[in-house]
Design a protein around this ligand. Structure first.
Ligand SMILES: [Cu+2]
Length: 459
């Protein structure tokens, strides 16, 4: 006999040995710390372990999001389900969606999940994300793959041996990479240092550095779907497929018209699904992730048969500044029916000069309401970047369509995170269909913790 959850609830009320009146959640996730060896040195980092003992969670479309989250750290934490559109109280942002989880606390998260695709989960508290407090969150379209293809998730992190609070303090005191960036900007060195203002010790792909990379065995002539997640705290990346070609079939979990690529950008917090058809001869093909504006790179190796894996350096040519050319080439996968825009909002991305103070419309924000929307409206949000750095902007609880870049309208991708390069103007549209108060912020961790953390409320 198969019991529904309601049956179990009823039964548990009459069967005292079940111990609790609540049905057990389908999935238990544990926030824990672990020791990771990076470049021969041990480092204490965090992680989120799923029901199968592996990082994160796999769901199938149609299945409820049903999680019991246990905080196994000796400090508070809060986990946001990046890419899902839960009710506001399940969104995992302290101050906006309830309190953080205390050390040792267990909390249920239950809601009807309406999203499919490559997503992730990460801490939304203090600087924990820099300490690798993140994991994949994959919602498969179907129980069995529709295509005959191998699937592999690649989680990317920028890693530092330093205490992130020290890095933030240094940035605020006018030091670190940011100082160099500001200086170069003053000297009008175009195209330089548009990206990273924090320097890192390693760029990890599934916790491995490029000098000791993950080697993925793939079939001769087979099809591979890479689910790439840029979980870096402060590094926009270039994905380089080298000699291989791939089709980007989804961004931020949402299908796009397949677009052929060998190199494309993946901003902080964004995801991309890339379908690669492998060569028919034995060999080894590195997939590289190059930091924007820095030499540091990471990667993994696809290996067919007995292909020899060459030694790779984790230093490459510094990645050029990421623009919006790739974004402008993306198209929503299907005829997208939408209402006429009934509300327009304009947000200027500002600050970053004195004392690393970032802001929206010249006001530093930490959970402050930046704008309000009315339920049922189609909202156009236009972001203008008045700063000298790029900002990956993320709106919680909704997904949006990219509809205009620098004044040029198009039917772009559906996303939850969009990179706004320095000087750029980008419009997105979304339906105000999920009442609550939602985080709207820059996903660069140090910008977010220095004034670029606002909220969108409902009227
Ligand atoms: Cu930013």
């Amino acid at each position: 006999m198969r019991l529904s959850r309601r049956d179990v609830l009823k039964l548990s009320a009459v069967l005292p040995f079940w111990g609790t009146a609540q049905a057990a959640a389908a999935n238990r996730l544990t926030i824990s710390s672990r020791i990771l060896e990076v470049k021969g040195k041990p480092a204490k980092v965090f992680g989120i372990v799923g029901p199968d003992g592996k990082p994160g969670l796999n769901l199938v479309y149609g299945e409820d999001f049903d999680v019991e989250l246990f905080n196994g750290l000796g400090e508070p934490s809060a986990i946001h389900w990046h890419g899902l559109t839960p009710p506001t109280l399940m969104d995992g942002v302290p101050k906006l969606s309830g309190a953080a989880l205390k050390a040792g606390e267990t909390r249920p998260y239950r809601f009807a999940n309406k999203r499919v695709g490559t997503h992730w989960m990460h801490s939304h508290l203090s600087l924990q994300e820099q300490q690798l407090l993140a994991a994949p969150l994959i919602v498969h379209e179907t129980t069995k793959p529709v295509f005959d293809e191998q699937e592999h998730v690649v989680m990317l992190h920028d890693f530092t041996f330093r205490d992130p609070s020290e890095i933030l303090a240094e940035l605020r005191n006018g030091g670190g990479g940011h100082a160099a960036h500001m200086k170069m900007d003053g000297m009008k060195m175009d195209g330089m240092a548009m990206g990273g203002d924090v320097s890192f010790d390693a760029l990890l792909a599934n916790d491995r550095t490029l000098d000791d990379p993950e080697v993925l065995a793939v079939e001769k002539g087979g099809a591979l779907r890479l689910r790439l997640i840029n979980a870096a705290a402060a590094s926009n990346l270039w994905v380089d497929l080298g000699e291989l070609k791939g089709l980007v079939i989804a961004v931020d979990g949402n299908a796009v018209k397949p677009i052929s690529v060998s190199r494309f950008p993946l901003a902080i917090a964004q995801r991309a699904d890339v379908r690669i058809t492998l060569p028919t001869q034995a060999g080894a093909w590195p997939i590289l992730f190059q930091s924007e504006g820095a030499a540091l790179r990471g990667g993994l190796v696809l290996r067919v048969g007995e292909g020899e894996v060459a030694k790779l350096s984790d230093q490459g040519e510094p990645g050029e500044a990421i623009g919006l050319e790739f974004e402008a080439a993306l198209r929503v996968a299907y005829e997208f029916k939408k209402d006429k825009v009934s509300q327009r909002e304009n947000v200027k991305l500002t600050g970053g000069d004195e004392g690393y103070q970032w802001s929206f419309n010249n006001k530093p924000m930490m959970h402050d309401v930046l704008f309000r929307v009315k339920q049922g409206r189609r909202v156009e949000l236009t972001m203008r970047n008045k700063t000298s750095m790029a900002h990956p902007m993320h709106l919680h609880g909704h997904y949006f369509q990219v509809t205009s870049i620098d004044g040029k309208a198009f039917e772009g991708a559906l996303r939850d995170t969009i990179l706004i390069p320095a000087g750029a103007k980008v419009s997105v549209e979304f339906d105000a269909d999920n009442p609550g108060t939602w985080a709207f912020h820059c996903h660069h961790l140090y910008h977010m913790n220095s004034g670029m953390m606002a909220a969108m409320a409902y009227i």
